[in-house]
Design a binder for this molecule. Sequence first.
Ligand SMILES: [Zn+2]
Length: 300
Amino acid sequence: MNVELITLGTAAGPAIRGTEPGISSAVVVNDDFYLIDFGLGCTRAAAEAGLKGRNFKGGFITHLHSDHVVELPGFLLWNWGKPVEGFTESFPIIGPAKDPHRDGGEQLAGTHDLVANTLSGFAYDIDIRIQDEARPDLHALVQAREIEVPNEPIFEIYQDDNVHVTATLVEHPPVFPAFAFRFDTAAGSIVFSGDTAKSQALVELARGADVLVHEAVNLDFYRERNFSGAFLNHQACSHTSPEDAGDVAAAAGVQHLVLSHLAGVAPAQWWHDEAAKSFTGQISVARSGNRYALSQLSVR
Ligand SMILES: [Zn+2]
């Protein structure tokens, strides 16, 4: 079994501060693949990585900040049907339900509404292409699934012949729920932090994993540019410094820390060296198109 992580995009957002696409990662198992988050540019990045929609098995959304889901519509519409070597069979899009803690949260979209409203917003195009190009009905292919949060800290959200996916809640206030995901395969395990402050729950989810893909923030970037106190407070309370990401990797005993979803610009060496203060294992600062094979745990 060949299992690979591909970092399709590594930028935080919603902001364009360079050429890097927005946050999105692929887990590839033989020919099949799964996407974790749908940041800006993920559709092109997936195509450039050689991923064909016909091999897409499912999408996983860590939380509903726009920089994690903005290109879900583009990915669905650009990978649909035989004319684009796209999907012709159904697949799940798995993500957060509505936020029960927020005032008026029941009126705001969860994953089900996000998918349904995407499809209804493009109903004209979808209808035409079903009639005109004999594409399958996209409504029947996309199965939105909202994650129910049970009482136990780590819980299963998906399983098929390739992957067993578990999740835990992480700390990304004021967003709720925000999830980290763990993909276990016959060749090893890959964990995605999603967006989170330093999280003990994530340490437990990631325990003994081969690869931990962890977000990181460079607070100095924002401080030096006089971002507002509220903005700085959000960054400090709901994201993780690279040194703390290294702490999480060390506490979990993972083999390889891959830093992605980098908020604030800094040289790759800076991200690496900050994480290396607290983690002695392998550290990578991800870029779009980087591939990490589980058997060798190195970039190629
Ligand atoms: Zn976020």
